[in-house]
Design a protein around this ligand. Structure first.
Ligand SMILES: NC(=O)C1=CN([C@@H]2O[C@H](COP(=O)(O)OP(=O)(O)OC[C@H]3O[C@@H](n4cnc5c(N)ncnc54)[C@H](O)[C@@H]3O)[C@@H](O)[C@H]2O)C=CC1
Ligand SMILES: CC(=O)C(=O)O
Ligand SMILES: [Mg+2]
Length: 371
């Protein structure tokens, strides 16, 4: 198969879909790999390294979109990239379609076969292609929140760890999955006063057992959420209903009852955000203030630590890429239904139920296509 990897063009996105090592694995299995010139510069991978791995360097993205059977990326295709996608081409990347009607429409109209990293499952229902980026974003969310809490950044001037004789900051993490767990680890490590809310008793048990006295757990209902959020210095939004738009758990009305200068970090922004007042921001301008509350809503947080993130991402995306390249997407999905869960759009139809429901498309089950 001919596989192509364009340079990412989202704001301050420095990751790359294929490392030179991944390109080498694909080439070693008999595939052709085309890499856009400078695609790896954000992780310090030169064109020469890709050439040494057996890849061909293209001058710009156009040859890749025009001639490659599979396009491997990191972030959802931007509008200019979507115009280049073709009928029958495989797109393998993060998509986050439920909160993004424009992207969904363009993918449907393009006829592309779009496989979303974030909905591929694992044997116990986990999301193994999302997990490493959630680990990164969870860890970064505390760094981002700590910076935003500084007065110069609009925050209330609280040091999360406190100092001897002064109380630490209060960190509330909504959602105790991968992002939430990693956020809580960082916040507890700094010495903050940490509370984790989730609505899944098994998750509460897992985080409760892990953190013991270093963090409190609370069931996520309206009353507990209100109480925790209103007392917080930093709230981290880390909920997920796979493939669906995030529920709006903190309303605009609640902002008025929060502490002035408190910070909301909405990691779930890529699924539309779990705070009513969230709107996507970029690394270039990551925060804004609504009703005296600082909001940080960067949808590609891991892009800022591109080296760590690219290698962590390739570790989990490459095995499926190799199988798709070897067997074709249909056979690879027949052999591994967990990969089939990643199919979101194919030949003009939406094949992921939560996306179809959210955006009003007819739903075509993957099994129908696999025969
Ligand atoms: N902004 C960024 O750069 C990045 C964003 N993300 C996003 O972060 C979000 C979280 O991802 P993961 O932690 O991997 O998901 P996960 O599935 O591991 O955890 C989500 C947790 O939310 C909980 N939850 C669902 N509804 C809830 C509610 N009403 N109240 C409290 N908890 C609730 C679930 O029980 C689950 O434990 C996703 O939207 C993901 O796409 C992930 C990586 C990077
Ligand atoms: C998961 C995601 O959206 C990201 O890593 O950018
Ligand atoms: Mg996004």
């Amino acid at each position: 198969m001919r596989i192509g990897c364009p340079k990412e063009i989202k704001n301050h996105e420095y990751r790359v879909g294929l490392t030179p090592e991944s390109a080498h694995e694909l080439v070693a299995q008999g595939h052709e790999v085309w890499i856009e010139t400078m695609a790896g510069c954000g992780i310090d991978a030169s064109d020469d390294q890709y050439v040494a791995a057996g890849a061909k360097i293209t001058d710009g993205p156009d040859p890749i979109f025009a001639e490659c059977e599979m396009v491997v990326k990191v972030k959802e295709p931007q509008a200019v990239e979507r115009k280049k996608l073709r009928d029958g081409q495989i797109l393998y990347t993060y998509l986050h379609l439920a909160p993004d009607p424009d992207q969904t429409r363009d993918l449907v109209e393009s006829g592309v076969t779009a496989i979303a990293y974030e909905t591929v499952t694992g044997p116990r229902g986990q999301l193994p292609l999302l997990k490493p980026m959630s680990q990164v974003a969870g860890r970064m969310s505390v760094q981002a929140g700590a910076t935003a809490l500084e007065k110069a950044h609009g925050g209330r001037g609280v040091l999360l760890g406190g100092v001897p004789g002064v109380m630490p900051g209060k960190v509330v993490v909504i959602g105790g999955g991968v992002v939430g767990f990693n956020a809580a680890q960082m916040a507890a490590g700094l010495g903050a006063d940490v509370t984790i809310l989730d609505r899944d008793p098994e998750v509460l048990e897992k985080v409760g057992t892990h953190f013991e006295s270093r963090a409190s757990t609370r069931f996520s209902n309206k009353a507990n959420l209100y109480d925790a959020v209103c007392g917080a210095d930093l709230v981290i939004g880390a909920v997920l209903i796979p493939g669906a738009a995030a529920p709006k758990l903190v309303t605009r009305e609640m902002l008025g009852d929060m502490q002035k200068g408190a910070v909301l970090v909405d990691v779930a922004i890529d699924q539309g955000g779990c705070f009513e007042t969230s709107k996507p921001t970029t690394h270039a301008d990551p925060t804004y203030v609504v009703d005296d509350i600082v909001h940080y809503c960067v949808a590609n947080m891991p892009g800022a630590v591109a080296r760590t993130s690219t290698y962590a991402l390739n570790n989990v995306t490459l095995p499926h890429a190799l199988r798709i390249a070897r067997m074709g997407w249909k056979e690879a999905m027949r052999a591994d239904p967990h990969l089939g869960e990643g199919l979101n759009v194919h030949a003009g139809e939406v094949t992921y139920e939560a996306v179809a429901k959210e955006l009003g498309y007819d739903f075509r089950p993957v099994e129908d296509l696999l025969g």
